[in-house]
Ligand binder design. Sequence first.
Ligand code: HEM
Length: 334
Amino acid sequence: MPDLARPLALVAGAFALLLGLPAQAQSAAEPPSSEAIVDAFEAVLGPIRTHRPSHAKGTCAAGHFVATPDGTRLSVAPVFNGQRVPAVIRFGVGVGNPAGPDTGRTTRSLSIRFETEAGDIWDMANISAPIFGSPTPQVMVQGLLARRPDPATGRPNAEAVAAFIAANPSTTNQARWLAATLPPASWATTPYWGVNAFRFRGTDGEVRHIRWVFEPRAGTQRLTEEQMRSLPSEFLADELRRRVAAAPVEFDMVLQFAGPGDDLTNPTVTWPDDRPRAVVGRLTVTEVAPGPGGACDPISFLTLDQAPGIEYSDDPTLHARTGAYAVSLSRRLQ
Ligand code: HEM
C-alpha cells in the first residue's frame, strides 16, 4: 500500500463507522471486488435475479457498424476494418426498476456488441450524458451503501447521503447535468457518450487518448416539460419500432481527442468542447425486437478492450466495469 494510502484508508474507515457502514467497503485505497460492487447495488435494490441492476429497462435491437477511412486509420482493431460488422444492440433507461418511467430525468443508454466475420467481439455500453456519477469504483460503492434503505423507515438515511455528498462533491456533477437537460424525445434523438477514456492505436503506430460519442443522424430532440408530464411511462420502445420500420436509424461514432491537461482517469468531468474530433464509423439500427426479450437480454455488455487497437486507459472506473458486469450477469443467469 503506498505511504499516503494507509492514513486515507483509516480516515475512510472511521467515516464508515460513523455512518454505520462496513469499514471494508469504505476503504479509500483498495478497489472493491466485483462481487462487492454488485452486492452494493443489491443493498439498495434488493436481490436482483431477473434484470440488470443498472439500466434495468431496455429493448433489444440489431444492426451493423461500418468504419470510415478515418476509423480504419485511427484504430487497428478488427471492428474498424471498414467491413460491415453485425451489431447486437440494447437501448435502455437508467433506472433500477424495469418498469421505471421513460420520461424521467435519468440517462438513456445505447449498448452495443460488435462481432466481426472473424468472430472478434467488442462490447460497449454508452449513456446519454457526457459524465458519470462516480470518480472511482470505491466512491461508487460508498455512494450506493450510503443510499441503502434504513430498515426502520424503508428509505435512505438522509444524513448518511448528505455526509457522502459533502465528502464526494463530484458525484453530483451528473445529477446537475441531468437536472439542467430535458430527457430525450426518442432513443434515436440523443447523443450517447462512452464517458471513459480509451487509448486508440492507429495504423501509424501512434497511441491517442480518446473518448467517443454516438451522434444521432436524426439530430438531438428532447421532450418538453409538458410531454414529460403527459406522455405514458412506456413510449420509447414503440416510438423506436415505428421509426425503424419507416427507415433505419443511424448514429455517427465520433472520437474526441484529449488535449494537454485533460483528465484521463476521472469520468465525472468532461474535456473542453474545442478538442479535435474525427468521425470513425456509422452505426445503423435496422431491427427492433417486437416485445420484451431478444438477443441482447441474456448477455452483458462488458466494456471490453481490443488490444492493441482499443486499450483501456488508466481510469479506475473503466477497470472495474468488466468484472462487475460479469458478476451481475452470472447472478442473473443463476
Ligand atoms: C465504477 C464503474 C462502474 C460500475 C461498477 C458499473 C456497474 C454496472 C453494472 C453491475 C451493470 C449491470 C450489468 C449487467 O447486469 O449486465 C451496469 C450496467 C450499465 N452501465 Fe455501468 N458501471 C460503471 C460505470 C459505468 C459508466 C462510466 C457508464 C457510462 C457509459 C456505465 C453505463 C452502463 C450502462 C449503459 C449499463 C447497461 C448496459 C446494458 O444495456 O446491458 N457504467 N453497470
